[in-house]
Ligand binder design. Structure first.
Ligand code: PLP
Length: 465
């Protein structure tokens, strides 16, 4: 398996050819969903005692299996948070694999970690955090949020011996990402959700919630998680007033900007993030709006020492990495993972090749597609804009449709390989409509791919007529 023979050479050529074709393909096929049993009927068992051979396995993958997936970079894939890795970044993902670098410690990963840190320097600078702030690349927003929450909890416990006896308590908003709620479970912290009456969390609502806590709950409270671009609607919490409260109340202030973080590089909306520079930690997912291939998240800390106190792993076999000769930045010390791929390398190469200005342009493109979509929706008789676009998210309604209509429409478009746009739910707060709050099924666009066109939007909207 580790030797090089004619089969290996042929397989290498086949795979490179496929990779070149796929990377240069501007309109990849949408792919249609299939049940597991259907796939099994088509390909049979693939892992056997003798092996089925590289040629056969690759053929099954190319001809059958990959066709049952949705390429995230399809220009009419506007569901969830899609992705659109740059060609340079994807190519360098191949290089990252081929180079076989262990990215946990400088001793083994030095030159590669240098590259990651160059990219990280740009991210940190976008946040406006003070000198000394830095970060590491993670497998995604979930593990970035988890790493930050652990750092916050440990810092709180270290502040006061008494805190070690308490179960930690965290405040976030209704609009926060599901990962914040599940990572609170992972660290066994309780969670309080603030109703975001005006769509977004602000200092006033936060302060009211804190003032209403019992004495013991106030002692258990260690952090606030605000969102810099909710996944469903692109809403950015009022970070400035939340920062005021966190400062006043001596609470760790985390900003989850996994999706929205890309917009820090977009001058047209940068002001919406004012206050983010006062955060203790920030999550940004380069695999969302910074055009990195999966998977690449990032966690950034104001105070790296606090992160290190929480995350640095100890073991007899690890001492060598902390030796003088091996000294340098050790990514393993700042997040939950030990052995790690240098997952920031693709972003670095693409940034180095294209420069940051091109990133700004590509992100602004997503924002202007959202504005264009809103215009088209407002002009169409059969549609209604649910709210003005926030970042690159657009929420809209097909007048007269119920949940089932949206579902049927989604499946029809997906099955035919035309587009992937999915329904979501939106709750109108009581104070906006007078009376009880109301939850509706609606549809949603999220724009990431700069190759999506205004015509794509028009065609998708026309398919709702
Ligand atoms: C996507 C997202 C996450 C989760 O990130 P993963 O990379 O999927 O783990 C967390 N928070 C927000 C706001 C997100 O949009």
């Amino acid at each position: 398996m580790h030797s090089i023979d004619i089969d290996t050479v042929e397989m290498t050529l086949d795979i490179m050819k496929y990779a070149i074709n796929r990377i240069s393909n501007t309109s990849p096929e949408m792919g249609s969903p299939k049940q597991e049993q259907d796939l099994m009927d088509l390909v049979g068992e693939t892992v056997t005692k003798e092996g089925i051979g590289g040629e056969k396995a690759f053929e099954l993958f190319k001809d059958v299996l990959v066709k049952a997936t949705v390429p995230v970079d399809h220009p009419r894939h506007l569901a969830f948070v899609p992705a659109a890795p740059t060609r340079a970044a994807i190519l360098f993902d191949l290089v990252t694999s081929a180079a076989s670098i262990h990215g946990a410690y400088w001793m083994t990963g030095g030159g590669g970690i240098f590259c990651e840190n160059q990219a990280m320097k740009w991210l940190v600078q976008l946040t406006g955090l003070p000198k000394g702030a830095f970060g590491v690349f993670t497998s995604g927003g979930t593990s970035a949020n988890l790493s930050a929450m652990i750092a916050a909890r440990e810092a709180w416990r270290d502040k006061n011996e008494e805190n070690k006896a308490y179960k930690a308590l965290l405040i976030t908003s209704n609009g926060a990402h599901s990962s914040v709620k599940s990572m609170a479970k992972v660290i066994d912290a309780d969670l309080i959700l603030v109703d975001d009456e005006e769509d977004k969390l602000n200092g006033k609502w936060l302060q009211q919630k804190i003032d209403g806590l019992s004495g013991i709950d106030r002692k258990r409270l260690f952090a606030v998680v605000a969102t810099g671009g909710t996944t469903n609607a692109g809403i950015i919490d009022d970070l400035e007033s939340i920062a005021d409260v966190c400062e006043q109340e001596d609470l760790w202030f985390h900003v989850d900007a996994a999706y929205g973080g890309g917009a820090l590089a977009a001058p047209s909306v940068r002001h919406l993030f004012n206050g983010i520079e006062r955060a203790d930690s920030i999550t940004i997912d380069p695999h969302k709006w910074m055009f990195s291939p999966y998977d690449c998240g990032a966690v950034i800390y104001k105070n790296m020492e606090l992160a290190k106190n929480a995350h640095s792993q100890k073991g007899a076999y690890l001492d060598i990495f902390k030796d003088k000769g091996a000294q340098g930045f050790n990514p393993a010390d700042y997040q939950i993972q030990l052995t790690r791929r240098l997952r920031g390398l693709p972003l670095w190469f693409s940034l180095a090749m294209h420069g940051t200005e091109k990133y700004t342009q590509a992100i602004e493109r997503g924002l202007s597609l959202a504005l264009n979509a809103a215009k088209q929706i407002e002009a169409a008789e059969h549609l209604e804009l649910v709210r003005e676009p926030s970042l690159s998210c657009v929420l809209f309604k097909r007048i007269g449709w119920d949940a089932e209509d949206y579902r049927d429409w989604t499946y029809k478009n997906h099955q035919s390989g035309f587009a992937l746009v999915t329904p979501t739910k939106w709750t109108k707060p009581a104070n906006k409509i007078g009376g009880k709050e109301k939850t509706e099924t609606i549809s949603r666009f999220c724009f990431i791919n700069p190759d999506t066109t205004e015509e794509d939007i028009a065609e998708i909207l026309a398919s709702m007529e």
